[in-house]
Design a binder for this molecule. Sequence first.
Ligand SMILES: [Zn+2]
Length: 412
Amino acid sequence: MAVAAASKIVNVGDKVQNLWFSSTHPPVLDKGSASTIAAVLGLDDEVCSCDMGASVRSVVGCLKAAFLIRESTLLVTSDTRFGRPGSDDEINGSDGSAAFIFGSAPKIILIDLVSESSPVMDRWRGEGEVGTQSWDDRWAVDQQVPLMIRAGMRILEKSALSVADIAHVVISAPSPKVVSQVGAKFNGVSSSSSDWNGYLGSADLGIKLVSVLSAAKSNSFILLISGADGADAMLLKTTELFRPDQHVEPLKSLDIDVITYLSWRGLVHREPPRRPDSEVPSAPAVARSRDWKFSFAGSMCTECGSRHLPPQRICMSCGATDKSTSVVMQKEFGVVRTFTVDHIALSLSPPVVIAVVDFDSGGRYRCQLTDVSPEDTKIGMRVEMTYRLISKSSNGVRNYFWKARPTMEGNQ
Ligand SMILES: [Zn+2]
């Protein structure tokens, strides 16, 4: 999700000074995920890629720092919510990612930010635990609502503004009751407090901000109020350069059964097929084929223009040797030329649909399809590439690579 969101606003070779990644559920710990995201996006290697996570409030620190640092910064927030089965958080949680680029000629500026710090113990996740636990929701309401209202009122007072001056209010908190009660206090203005389906952890504030930007006008105020470990209120203003060209793109919905959902979450473990375990990714092999492994870079023959995936030293069309350039294919569209369904391959989502994809710009690649059922797969189907989880290895490494999925609405 982080790659999908960020790739909408940056391109291969872009130079940014910072890439910050905020998540409470990064795919790996000790090792960061931001450097992986930078490599997948094909950003210039001089980027300072850092993870800033652990708590949902981390996104507030990221936003504040990105607004103030005055360096080109790509902020990516991405999260999944792991409420325990049957819990409010499972019902009210959702997954998502939002990305923002900060730099010169800003479309949005930070006017002010105020905070209220309080160690409210409404939600927590112990080390090694999968699901978030929560205290009685009334506790969250009693503790968070006054803090969030106070933060919102403080920033309005500091800025000599009233609620009526604010074009959009974004309210973010894990509890829907907290959101509705704080929203009632700031009633009378356009608000995104309840028009998104669920709380998205550290990505919540960003996605709800993007959702109001599609309706925002230039030179208008946006008030963000976030409730986590206290409260933060952030006053933003759109500039003359602002255009409402941002949008929220829902992932394609799939009808899946509960067991599949819980197995994807790691909350149940399905009986695997009687096959050898998947191979543990080799660190040297990954390093040797970095551009291929991360940014899906093939080779293009400089003699005849043929494209090869993975990259080849010898052109399969004209036989030229070591006469090729790297060509990144992650944003290319293609068509399914043929496919097969494998019911015994190791997969988190069996059966595996494997397709041969011919790209519009040239080149053919055999890869897994995702976001599609075997019944819906058709020869001639238009596809695009997406960076997804391939396997979880026995040593804890999550192996990601590119899969093809049916093109989203609005794409080619
Ligand atoms: Zn050639």
